[in-house]
Design a protein around this ligand. Sequence first.
Ligand code: BMA
Length: 315
Amino acid sequence: MDPTKILQRHPANPLLDPDDFPGINTLFNPSPFLLEGKICLLVSVTKFNGGPEGRFRETRLATSEDGIHFTLADQALIDQESLPPPVNRLGGIIDNRVTKIGEEFYFISPQGTWEIGFSGCCAVMYKTRDFKDIECVDIVTLPGNRGSSLFPEKIGGFYWRLDRPGEGEMKGTVWISRSPDLIHWGHFRPLLAGGYAMWNTAKIGPTPPIRVAEGWLVILHGVDQPCDGTHYYISAMLLDAENPGKILGKMHSYLLAPRERYETTGQVDNVVFPCGALAFPERDELWLYYGAADTCVCLAVGTLSHVVEACLKQL
Ligand code: BMA
């Protein structure tokens, strides 16, 4: 099995293209979830305003009956300025990672603290049942942390989370922690550092774990910095079901590399970036929605069990 061929790009890519949305310059890095029989994405949107600030960043909801044809909301999901301080003054809400726990959806957004005179991104957690009434729960990490990703169920009586400390010039790595109540986090442990494969020499980061028969499947992004700039890749690892701090296997290959023109050329060239994926075990499929070149939203579909096998065999 060639692990770079497990996922097939959808022929309708890009599914969401800024060319189709006047006033929007880029829309990317989607986080997928199922709501009321529809496939939904939280999508990062930037609008350039030409002013000194340069751009607005916000999150919009996109909904679809078939997972291919999406309707993009014409308003931001959250009016950030109406949130309690200091969240109302943090950087815009993008790169969300959605997890459904019981009846509640949680999404965590890395938001800039530069805007209030600090540095780095901290993770802000939001909670909703319907993506209409949204509660801002709290800031749940210190700055320098992107990509916080919740597990969808308690394990051993605790909530669990993957984090991506390390920004800018620092090596980004994956840590795991746990909490009795989703607010107070501790028991921090290093889980995965990059540098074990060409696709993660500079950084590596998580998305919300997906329960599969063999354990927890975690779609990863990785960063390599060859001489022609920065390249973002997508790959995966598998964690133990009962002890999520234990890696059962990690792919040495990437699943997806920037290759198509919509991935190699855009606002930021050579980027394929995931914020989650949907597993359909009954038909053994993985639907991986991803941002391409920080400009558009794409989909790649593959056999779920092949991705799990590639992790376990460390392909
Ligand atoms: C990362 C994140 C992503 C982005 C990627 C490539 O640091 O900010 O939103 O897709 O860089 O620019």
